[in-house]
Design a protein around this ligand. Sequence first.
Ligand code: HDD
Length: 695
Amino acid sequence: MADAKHRQLDDDRAVDPASHPLTTDQGTVVDHTDDSLTAGDRGPTLLEDFHFREKLTRFDHERIPERVVHARGAGAYGYFEPYASCGAFTRAAFLSDPGQRTPVFVRFSTVQGPRGSADTVRDVRGFATKFYTSEGNFDLVGNNFPVFFIQDGIKFPDFVHAVKPEPDNEIPTGASAHDTLWDFVSLQPETLHAIMWLMSDRAIPRSYRMMQGFGVHTFRLIAADGRATFAKFHWKPKLGVHSLVWDEAQECQGRDPDFNRRDLWEAIEAGEYPEYELGVQLIPEDDEFAFDFDLLDPTKIVPEEQVPVQPIGRMVLNRNPENFFAETEQVAFHVGNVVPGIDFTNDPLLQARLFSYLDTQLLRLGGPNFAQLPVNRPLAPVNTNQRDGFHQSRIHRGTSYTENSLGGGCPVVGGAGAAAFTHHAEKVEGAKIRRRSESFQDHHSQAALFWNSMADWEQRHIVEAFRFELGKVGAVMVRERTVQELGKVDHDLAAGVAKGLGLPEPPRSAAGDHKHASPALSQTRLRGPGSIRTRKIAVLVADGVDTAQVTAVRDALAGHGALVEAIAPQDGTVAGADGERHAVDRALPTVASVLYDAVLVPGGGEGNAPVADDGAAIRFVRDAYRHGKAIGAVGGGVRMLAALGLGTADGDGGVRTEHGVVADPATGPVREAFTDAFVEAIAAHRHPERPDGRF
Ligand code: HDD
C-alpha cells in the first residue's frame, strides 16, 4: 500500500492534529480561538490580536482560481503495471518491466461547470493520469470521448466561450443546452462528431469506474533504436462501460449532486478498487496515409476494427486523497509532461495544448514553482537551473547556469548513461501558412459512423438528447441550422430531431451517406464481465416484511459483491414477520431510485408487499422501471408490481423474467432460480427492451 509516492508524501504531511495543541502559523501555542481581543467587555477589537488577524487573513485568502475548464473533479491515487515489456515500440522505462508498479494520481472531471456544479450533467468527462515514473512524470491528459470538438487549438477559447454559460446571466450551470453552444456548433461542422458523443449516453456515465478514457490525439512512441510508431491510448474499465439515462441523470443532480464523486470515494474506501486496462492502437509510420482521414485530426477515431487495441497494462486506484485542496485541486496536469519513449505529433490541437497547460498553472497555482507541490512532485530526481519565483520551497545549492566551471560543470547535461529525452527527428518543411489542411475537411463521415454503430435504443437516446438541448435554444435560426447540419450526418437522425422541434424535415443529403459502422462503439458491446460487483440494490421493507426472504436475497447479492440497503418509510428498525426487529439502512424520504442500480420488493408473510401503499415506495419502483433497471419481486411483492401494471400476478407459480423484471410468487423460502435470474438482470445493467417504459 505504501508505494514510493505515498512515502514521499510523508515529508509533506502536516503535523498530526492530535499530537500538538493549536498554534499560529509561527508555531506559537494559542490560548483561545473563540473570542477576539477587545478593549473591555463590550469594547472595540484590538489590532494587536495577531491570532485574530492571522485567522481572518488566512481565511480571506483560501480560494485560488478554479480551472477555466474541468473545474469540478475527483481524484485518487493508485498504481500502473504493464503486462509485458513494450520495448518493441517504446523505450519508456515504466512500460518495460511487467514486475514494476508505477504510482499514479488520476483526476476525473466534468468540463463546463464550476467547482460546485453537479456531477451527472451531460458533459465530457476528463480522465487525466499522472504517472510518477522513474524517468519523470508522464501525464496522459485524456477524456472519456475519443474525439474532440475542434481541430485546431486556436479555436479553444471560442469553443469554451460558447459552451460556458451565457455571458450576461451566467446560465446554465454545468449544461450545454443553451444558445451560444449550439450557435457555435451549427456554424462549425468540425464539432459534429464530438457532438454525437455528447448527445449519446457516454456523456452521462453511471460511474467514473465505468467509463472509458482516451488520449484522443495520435501520439508517437519511440523505441530504443529511435524507430517511431503512431499510437492512440485507450483506457477500458474492468467493470464495463455503463451510463445513466437522461431523466435519471437530471434527478440525480438534485438528489445527490456528488453522485460520481461519492461513488468513487466510497468504492475505494470499501476496498473495491477501480481498475482500468491501458491499451494502444499502434500504426507504423509507413501507414500514416493509409486511412481515409488524417491521423493528425483529433476529431477522428481509428476504428478498432481497422486497428485493434492491444492491451499493455492495468491501472488500479486504491487510495483516496487525504486533503482535497492539497491534492485534487492542486494537481497540475500537462500534456507536455512526457518521458523518453513517448513523443508528440503535429496534431494542431495537441500543439496548442503543449502551450496552454503550463501557462494556466502559472496563474491558477500562483507562480512557477507548482511542480514542487506534493501531489505534483516527481519521484525522479529533479535537478534544474530554474530558480526563485513565488513559493520557492527548495533550497538550491551551487551555480545555476550552463556552462559553468565554478560549480564543477554541474548539473551535467545528458548525464552519462542517463535516459535523456530526445525529440523525434521528424522531417518538416513547408511555407508558413494559416490554413486548415485539406485532409481535415470531412466532418460528417465519422459522425455518421458513430450514428450507424449505435443500437436502436442508443439512437433513440441521441435523438431525444438533441431534442432536449435544441429545445432549450431560443434562437430559431440556430435550431434550424443545426438540423440542417444533422441532415448531413443522417437523414433519420435529422428528421427525428426536426419533428421534436416542430421544424420541417431537412432535405436528404449525400454528405454522411454511408452505411459503415464500427460495432466496437456501441455500449451494448462494452457491458463488461456481467458482474454485479459494487452495484447498489435497494430492498423496500416495512413492518411485517418477510425477513427470511430479505435475508436470503441480501446474502445472495452480497455474495456477488453487490451493496444491498434496506430502505423503509422510517429510519431505525422495522418489525419483521418473524417477530424480530430488523435494522433499516436508509429512510425512504432521504433516498430515491436514481441512487440505486436495482430494487427488490419482498412480500410480507402471506400478504401483499408491506410497502404496497407507500407513495414514496411506489414512486421508487415506477422510477426504477422507467429507467430500465432490474426489479425483483418475491411473494407479495409480485402482487404490488402487478397492481402498478409492471408485471403480472398470473402464471404457473414459477420464477418469471420479463424485460428485467424478475418475479417469484412463491411465499416460502426464496428459490435459487430467483436469485440467479435477479443477479443476471442486474448484471445486464439496463433493459432497454421494456415495451412501455420510457428508457
Ligand atoms: Fe484541456 C484541463 C483534457 C483540449 C486547455 N484538459 C484539462 C483537463 C483534462 C483535459 C482532463 C483537466 C485536468 C485536471 O484534472 O486537472 N483537453 C483535454 C483533452 C483535450 C483538451 C482530452 C483534447 C484532446 N485543453 C484542450 C485544448 C486546450 C486545453 C485544445 C487549449 C488550447 N485544458 C486546458 C487548460 C486546462 C485544461 C485551460 C484547464 C485547467 C488545466 O488545464 O489545468 O489548460
